[in-house]
Design a protein around this ligand. Structure first.
Ligand SMILES: [Zn+2]
Length: 140
């Protein structure tokens, strides 16, 4: 019976799952907003729309249109992923820089201005520039 009904229909896909999940998320969110009438109603309506759209897509017979939507969604998702990676790596870089700053002191060679780093907390060091070979003492 159900199988016959679903014959030739698009059925669930990843976008359908995401829509249903988002609808559920919004309706859970609305529980916390029950004191704010406008926000509550907006969340209810939004969750019904999301669910309605998910169900509509599932029972749709227009494969081409649904496939286009899925492709569009996947493009959007990969963009979102790339953005997230950027944010994550950016944060990691800041953490790395801070860790390095704790362990090393940055110096410039007095002759050629080459950037050098020496370990911190070692007292007075005789530093040899890696570029021009000039030797100088520095506090670490
Ligand atoms: Zn130098």
């Amino acid at each position: 019976m159900f199988r016959q009904f679903m014959q030739g229909r698009y059925g669930p896909d990843k976008l359908g799952m995401v829509l249903a999940g988002a609808g559920l998320g919004v309706s859970v969110l609305s529980w916390f907003l029950s004191k704010a009438a406008v926000a509550y109603s907006a969340c209810r309506v939004l969750s019904i729309l999301l669910w309605g759209y998910a169900v509509y897509r599932m029972f749709s017979r227009n494969y081409a249109a649904r496939q286009r939507e899925l492709a569009g969604y996947q493009q959007f998702e990969s963009k979102l992923r790339a953005l997230w990676q950027k944010v994550r790596y950016g944060k990691q870089n800041i953490i790395n820089l801070r860790a390095e700053h704790k362990r090393y002191k940055r110096l410039n060679c007095p002759q050629c201005l080459q950037k050098l780093r020496v370990p911190r907390g070692k007292g007075k060091l005789l530093v040899t520039c890696s570029k021009c070979g000039c030797k100088f003492t520095a506090k670490s």
